[in-house]
Design a protein around this ligand. Structure first.
Ligand code: 13P
Ligand code: SF4
Length: 331
C-alpha cells in the first residue's frame, strides 16, 4: 500500500512489504500454514472471492455478513483475514482484543477507497436530518459516521428496519443503493460509489452471452448496474448466489459477480455449466484485483510474522462498533 492510501491512518506500518524472499525454497506452505494455525491459535477466515487454494485451507469461507458474524464469535487469539481491508477492519472493530492480520495490506476496495471519511463527513452536512445506512464496504471512519451498516445479503432488511418517516442516505455503492430502493420503495440519497469489478458487466455483453446460452439462468450481485440486475433471474449476495445454484434445477448459470465464487459453486454442483459473465473492458475477466493480492505465500508470512496487523484508533473503533452491532442484532 502506498503512503497515500486511504487506510494509512489504520496501519502499524504503511511500508510493510511481505518478505517473499525469506520463504525457504521448497517449503510446504500448506503444511506450514496448518502448523502455524495451531501454534498461533489462529482462525483463517476467507471470502468467496479468494483464490481456491486459500478457500480450501480456511476454517470458514463466507460472504461479508457471514465473515463478520464469525469474527464476532471466534475464540481464536489471531484472526488471519483473507479478504480485503474493510473486512479485516470490521473483524478488528468487533474483536479488539484479537490480533487481526491480513496477507496483503494493499487489498483495498474501490468502494471503500472512493469514499474517504473526511469527504463523506463534509457531504453528509447537506443531510443533517437523514439516517445513514452504509454498506460494509467502507472504512471504519465512514462506519463511525453511520447509523447502521448493511451487507449485500441484508441491505433490504436493514433499510426496512428504519421507520418509514425517516429520511435516508445510502453509501457508498450507488448500484446496491438503487437496487435496495427498488425493493423497498424507500427514497434514498445515494453516494456515487461503485465497484470496479461489478460495474464492468454490461447488459449488451450479457445479452449476447444469453443468446449463446439460452438455457442458462442469469444470476447477479446487486453491485451490478441496474440494466444487468433487471435482466437477472436472481439477484443476491455471494452467499445467496451460491445457495441459488445449489438448489435451482437449472443446469447452466451465467454468473455476474467476481469469478472466485465459482470454486464453491463447482463443489456444490460439479455437473452444472458455470459461465462467468465477461467484463466489458480491461482484462475482460471478472476478477477483483484487490482480493487477488492475497496468496498462500503471504498468508504463511502473516501467520509466521503476525504482520501486517490491522490497528484502529479506539475512539473511531467504538463509534464504528455501534452501527455494526445494530446490523448484527437484526440477525
Ligand atoms: P458480499 O456481501 O456478497 O460478500 O460482497 C462483498 C463484496 O465485496 C462484493 O464485491
Ligand atoms: Fe470491492 Fe468490488 Fe473487489 Fe468487492 S469486488 S472487494 S466491492 S472492488
Amino acid at each position: 500500500m502506498s503512503i497515500n492510501s486511504p487506510y494509512a491512518t489504520s496501519l502499524v506500518s504503511t511500508t510493510y512489504v511481505p518478505d517473499l524472499e525469506s520463504i525457504e525454497p521448497g517449503l510446504d506452505l500448506v503444511a506450514e500454514i496448518q502448523r502455524l494455525r495451531t501454534t498461533r491459535k489462529a482462525v483463517i477466515l476467507a471470502h468467496y472471492y479468494q483464490e481456491p487454494e486459500i478457500q480450501d485451507l480456511a476454517d470458514f469461507v463466507g460472504d461479508s455478513l457471514q465473515l463478520s458474524q464469525q469474527a464476532a464469535k471466534t475464540d481464536a487469539e489471531v484472526i488471519a483475514f483473507c479478504g480485503v481491508h474493510f473486512m479485516a477492519e470490521t473483524a478488528k472493530i468487533l474483536s479488539p482484543g484479537k490480533k487481526v492480520v491480513i496477507p496483503d495490506m494493499d487489498a483495498g476496495c474501490s468502494l471503500a477507497d472512493r469514499c474517504p471519511a473526511d469527504q463523506f463527513a463534509e457531504w453528509l452536512k447537506q443531510y443533517p436530518d437523514h439516517e445513514v445506512v452504509s454498506y460494509i464496504n467502507c472504512s471504519a471512519g465512514v462506519k463511525a459516521l453511520s447509523t447502521i451498516i448493511c451487507t449485500s445479503s441484508n441491505a433490504v432488511r436493514v433499510v426496512e428496519s428504519i421507520p418509514q418517516e425517516k429520511k435516508l442516505v445510502f453509501a457508498p455503492d450507488r448500484h446496491l443503493g438503487k437496487w435496495v430502493l427498488k425493493q423497498t420503495g424507500r427514497d434514498m440519497v445515494l453516494w456515487p460509489g461503485f465497484c470496479i469489478v461489478h460495474e464492468q458487466f454490461t447488459a449488451k455483453r450479457i445479452a449476447a452471452l444469453k443468446a449463446k446460452h439460452p438455457e442458462a439462468k442469469l444470476i447477479a450481485h446487486p453491485e451490478c448496474d441496474a440494466t444487468v440486475s433487471q435482466m437477472a433471474d436472481f439477484v443476491g449476495s455471494t452467499a445467496a448466489l451460491l445457495n441459488y445454484v445449489a438448489k435451482d434445477p437449472a443446469n447452466a448459470f451465467i454468473v455476474a459477480t467476481e469469478a472466485g465464487i465459482l470454486h464453491q459453486m463447482r463443489q456444490r454442483r460439479p455437473s452444472v455449466e458455470l459461465i462467468p459473465a465477461p467484463a466489458d473492458s480491461g482484462c475482460n475477466c471478472s476478477l477483483c484485483p484487490y482480493m487477488k493480492l492475497n496468496s498462500l505465500e503471504k498468508l504463511y508470512l502473516a501467520l509466521r510474522d503476525l504482520r501486517p496487523e490491522i490497528t484502529l484508533d479506539e475512539e473511531v473503533r467504538l463509534r464504528a462498533l455501534k452501527p455494526v452491532e445494530r446490523m448484527l442484532a437484526l440477525g
